[in-house]
Structure formats: structure tokens, C-alpha cells
Design a protein around this ligand. Structure first.
Ligand code: SF4
Length: 468
């Protein structure tokens, strides 16, 4: 495969390239655009004109510098071994392949896709979406040899994107609906994905029926199909092995996988906890599940929400805390589908710990949430800030209120003692969240043994301190 006819270089070395606003020629999709999408469909060979690129709307050379446009990317493929289950996994490769182009930055997936094309690439002659479509076709066929024919259609005009966007949304809904029909106990194999390791080298996704990938694009069925056709590829089987903690979703096989894939950086994962050994996050999560210490509950904010969340932080600030392959208790990258999983953060208390969601998220999941809980989950329309949240939760009698006496320190001092508490430690990272769940610091203990006769946890009241 050659790209010598292209005015810019193409290759994996350019993955991770950042294009800041002042370096961009145009922006496509992203939070400023209402409708955008990317979709892959498997079609019969006779319906594909191999190598064809169709553009609906203005081409790159017709766009004004600094402008923002809708983008719809439809990739249609055929091949005798292809099946519909592979569509979502192929679709995720659009992110990777676009990022191979020197001068393109691609973020997110499905209907949150967001691209920037750099001025430098444009000035070198990368001035037509024909080139983008051709590069995608060549990469799809070269990297996934089971694809025999491919064609690409690009939509860059608001009126032209309406119908294909609606169609893409119906396909995503269909995939999500099917994923909700099975659960972890129905299967004997889980799957992993390392497609995002170029951005977050210590991150690997573990995909089970009850925990869809955090990007929301790859469910258990999709991962199974991908691992079957390309067992040495970025999606692979994870035999679960011994279940070490059912409630937390801790499995020997998953721990083994993450230890190997994170090069020893991460040793344990609780699939169903955001507070202890949480699943790592790359940067592609659809939403962030964050702990709100003031009310002992969880909040959820998605990447389309442009205001600050209830904890006073915008999505972008929390995303910096959450992503990068770190394991940061209190901040967990999740898919929207995981919110409606019956195992959602069950180790931390489950669905009844959710006290706040931005309205966009709540609207998307409301039909799946318990009817009695729904009006008790605040949005930005109910409560303006954290200071008013506690009172509001009391007024609506949210179930979290019952946990406060114990969790929010009415007991000033708690003493805990365990006989012979000798804990062998390898390398342990512990993150202490700061005020509002933000900031804080990390303590790393290397090659040490800790012996404690007792541990005393004290709540420090700054006012009491000042009186002394
Ligand atoms: S977020 Fe996870 S499942 Fe999705 S592409 Fe990245 S590694 Fe794969």
C-alpha cells in the first residue's frame, strides 16, 4: 500500500497528533455541531463500487479557514467472510485510520466524532475529502484483508446529513438494544481491546455483556466477532478464570490481562466499582462517573455537556483526571450503556447512588432507570450547585440520604483493628481526592511491607482546629 500520491504522510507514527484551534484549517463535527456521525455497513459485493468516494456538501477547498462543519462518514464494505457483528469494530478503526494522516486529528466515535484538519496539511495540498476517502479505503483493505471492496460517502452539509444521521442513530440503538439482552453470567468468555494504547499505553478495555466498552462503540457481541476473525488483532479473548469477587466484578483472568497489557502498572480491576480498583480509562469515554463526597453519591456528565457539572468542574477538566490509562478512584470513564447495566457500580451501591446527571444523559437513559428513582436524580435544571444539592436530595427523599449518618462522618472517629494485619505490597498507588473530588495527590509505595496494629481515620474539622 502506498500513499506517495498524497500530499501528506500517512502512518501510525502520526497517531496522537494534537491540532490546536489556532493550527486548524477547519473543524468537522464536535460539540459545536448538532448532527454528525460515522458508520460502517457490511453490504453485498454488487452494491459496492470499490474505491469510490462520494461527497455530499462542500469539499475541503470550498470551506473557509477557521470554519466548523458537520461531518458524516459512511464506509460501506463487502467480503464473503464479513458479518454485521463486525460493523462496530470496523467503525472504531475510522478513529485510528484518520489519525494516521499527518494533519488530521480525530476524536471520539459514533455521533460524537470530532475532527480537525491542520492549516499546514491544507497548505501542502490536502484540500479535498476525496483524499480522505481514498486513504480510508486503502487502509481498511490493507489492515483488514477480509474486506474485499470498500466505498466511502462523506456528508458535510447540514441538510444532507439529516437522513443518514437518523439512520446511523437507528443502527446504534439496534446494537445497544441487542447488547442489553445478555449478561455476564450467560457467557464464559470476556474480551479485551487495546486500540487506544497509542493514546493511553497502560489502558486496555475489558468488555463483558454487562460492561460495554467505555467508548460505547464496542459491545460484547462486536468484540466476540472481531476476536474470532482476527485473534491476533487489537481485540482478543479474556478467559475470566476464577471469580475473586462477584459483587465487584473481579476476575483472575482480567487481572492477569491488565497486568500484562499495562506492563505491570495496573494489577487489579473491579469491573463494577468507580471507587476501588476502577477500570482504567483512555480518553474516549462517552461519560464520566464521578464521586461527590459532599453527598456520598455519584454524578454522571457526558462529553456533550458544555457547562460545569455539579462539582464545579467542566467535562474537560475531569477528563484530564480520568483519562490516560490511570486508575483514579472517584473518576471513571464509562459508556452510556453501562449506566443502564444491572451491574452499574454495584460494588459502590449501584444505581441508587446516582444523585446528579446532566439533562442530556438523563434524557437518554430515563426509559431504563427505575421509575421511583428517576425524579430523585437532579440535573442542572433542578439544582444550581453543590451547596444546594444536599438539601434538594433531602427534599425528594433520595435513597442516598439514608447512607449519610454513617458515610458523611457523623461518627467523628472510627477505629479498626485486624489481627496480624500484615499486608505484602508490591507497588501501590493511592489517590487522595481533594475538595469536590478534584485535584488531590497520589502516594506511591514501592516494595514495602506495612504492618499496622490499628488504623484510625479521623474527620478533621477546620473550625475546631482554629479554636485551639
Ligand atoms: S475505548 Fe476501549 S473498546 Fe473503545 S476503541 Fe478504545 S480500547 Fe477499544
Amino acid at each position: 500500500m502506498s500513499f506517495s500520491d498524497m500530499p501528506v504522510d500517512v502512518g501510525p507514527v502520526y497517531e496522537g497528533e494534537r491540532i490546536r484551534a489556532k493550527q486548524m484549517y477547519v473543524e468537522l463535527g464536535g460539540p459545536k455541531m448538532e448532527k454528525h456521525f460515522e458508520l460502517v455497513r457490511v453490504k453485498p459485493a454488487k452494491e459496492i463500487k470499490d474505491g469510490e468516494v462520494i461527497i455530499h456538501g462542500p469539499d475541503l477547498k470550498d470551506m473557509e479557514q477557521g470554519s466548523t462543519h458537520p461531518i458524516g462518514i459512511l464506509v460501506e464494505v463487502s467480503g464473503p467472510e464479513l458479518e454485521e457483528d463486525l460493523e462496530a469494530v470496523f467503525e472504531r478503526r475510522i478513529h485510528e485510520f484518520c489519525n494516521f494522516v499527518n494533519g488530521i486529528m480525530h476524536l471520539n466515535q459514533r455521533y460524537t466524532n470530532w475532527m480537525r484538519i491542520s492549516t499546514s496539511a491544507f497548505n501542502k495540498g490536502f484540500n479535498s475529502f476525496q483524499m480522505l476517502g481514498t486513504i480510508l479505503i486503502r487502509l481498511f483493505k490493507a489492515e483488514l484483508p477480509i474486506i474485499e471492496k470498500a466505498q466511502v460517502t462523506l456528508y458535510t452539509e447540514a441538510k444532507d446529513i439529516e437522513k443518514p444521521h437518523e439512520f446511523a442513530m437507528s443502527i446504534y440503538d439496534k446494537r445497544d438494544e441487542r447488547a442489553r439482552t445478555i449478561h455476564d453470567e450467560d457467557v464464559d468468555m470476556f474480551y479485551g481491546c487495546v486500540l487506544c494504547q497509542s493514546f493511553a499505553p497502560t489502558h486496555a478495555c475489558c468488555i463483558t455483556p454487562d460492561r460495554t466498552s467505555l467508548c460505547g462503540s464496542i459491545n460484547w457481541f462486536d468484540a466476540r466477532a472481531a476476536a474470532k476473525v482476527d485473534p491476533k488483532g487489537p481485540l482478543f479473548e479474556i478467559p475470566p478464570g476464577e471469580c475473586l469477587n462477584l459483587e465487584a466484578g473481579e476476575y483472575a483472568g482480567i487481572n492477569e490481562m491488565i497486568k500484562k497489557r499495562s506492563l505491570g502498572e495496573i494489577e487489579r480491576i473491579y469491573l463494577f466499582s468507580g471507587m476501588e480498583f476502577p477500570h482504567t480509562s483512555c480518553g474516549c469515554f462517552e461519560a464520566i462517573d464521578f464521586y461527590i463526597p459532599e453527598v456520598n453519591g455519584h454524578g454522571i456528565v457526558d462529553r456533550n455537556y458544555s457547562d460545569v457539572a455539579i462539582n464545579g468542574l467542566p467535562f474537560s477538566a475531569m477528563a484530564n483526571q480520568t483519562g490516560g490509562g490511570k486508575q483514579l478512584p472517584g473518576f471513571n470513564g464509562i459508556s452510556i450503556q453501562y449506566i443502564v447495566s444491572p451491574k452499574y457500580q454495584q460494588y459502590d451501591g449501584g444505581i441508587e447512588t446516582i444523585v446528579w446527571m446532566n439533562k442530556g444523559v438523563k434524557d437518554r437513559v430515563e426509559e431504563f432507570l427505575p421509575k421511583d428513582l428517576l425524579p430523585k436524580i437532579a440535573t442542572e435544571e433542578d439544582v444550581p450547585d453543590i451547596n444546594n444539592l444536599k438539601k434538594w436530595l433531602e427534599e425528594v427523599d433520595h435513597p442516598i440520604v439514608k447512607t449519610w449518618a454513617e458515610a458523611l462522618g457523623e461518627e467523628e472517629e472510627e477505629e479498626w483493628e485486624a489481627e496480624g494485619a500484615m499486608v505484602p505490597m508490591g507497588t501501590v498507588g493511592m489517590t487522595i481526592p481533594g475538595v469536590g473530588g478534584a485535584g488531590g495527590f497520589k502516594i506511591i509505595l514501592k516494595n514495602c511491607k506495612i504492618h499496622a496494629e490499628s488504623i484510625i481515620i479521623k474527620k478533621i474539622d477546620p473550625r475546631a482546629k482554629r479554636k485551639k
